[in-house]
Design a protein around this ligand. Structure first.
Ligand SMILES: [Zn+2]
Length: 172
């Protein structure tokens, strides 16, 4: 059976630039996202850089949080891949988890979390997908009985705030 895709000579080859004019509904706004735009933005190098940064471990904000919490006397495990979302900091006995999220990659609404001004459509979709995944992971963890706290990169500059948040969470 001949389908429309056949005429494009292998539309599944997404590495090639083809304007298929997909409509993507995103945060209440309909935008047109073309495969051409996606392809233009994703060389193999940029794609792999992207993926490695999303799931990245040992980022500066994460290390800052770990050092602080350790100095407060708490002990924890790191990057438990058997748990949804491979949580950064896991307090097994307390059944508590702390994620430290980069504001850009996890779409925090703060100043450093804003999407770039160019290729806006591409980034909106990409970052929305990340934050959706974060929410799913958090829900899955809560269903398993874990208490979850997310700390944002922008919060790690304020050590007093960070200490208070961590203490409130871990002692609750
Ligand atoms: Zn932020």
């Amino acid at each position: 059976m001949r389908g429309a895709r056949e005429g494009l000579g292998g539309a599944e080859d997404r590495s090639q630039s083809r304007d298929l004019g997909h409509t993507v509904s995103h945060i209440g706004v309909n935008i047109i996202l073309t495969v051409r735009e996606m392809a233009d933005n994703r060389t193999p190098e940029s794609r792999s850089a992207l993926m490695s940064r999303i799931g990245s471990k040992d980022t500066a904000p994460e290390i800052a949080v770990r050092k602080l919490i350790f100095s407060m006397g708490y002990r924890f495990r790191l990057h438990r891949s058997e748990l949804p979302g491979t949580p950064d900091i896991v307090f097994i006995g307390r059944r508590k988890i702390i994620f430290v999220h980069g504001c850009f990659w996890h779409a925090h609404g703060c100043k450093i979390g804003r999407a770039p001004k160019s290729h806006v459509d591409f980034w909106l979709v990409k970052l929305k997908r990340n934050s959706d995944r974060d929410r799913e992971n958090e829900r899955a963890l809560r269903r398993q009985g874990w208490d979850v706290l997310t700390l944002w990169q922008c919060e790690t500059r304020d050590v007093a705030l960070l200490r208070r948040k961590a203490m409130d969470f871990l002692e609750s």
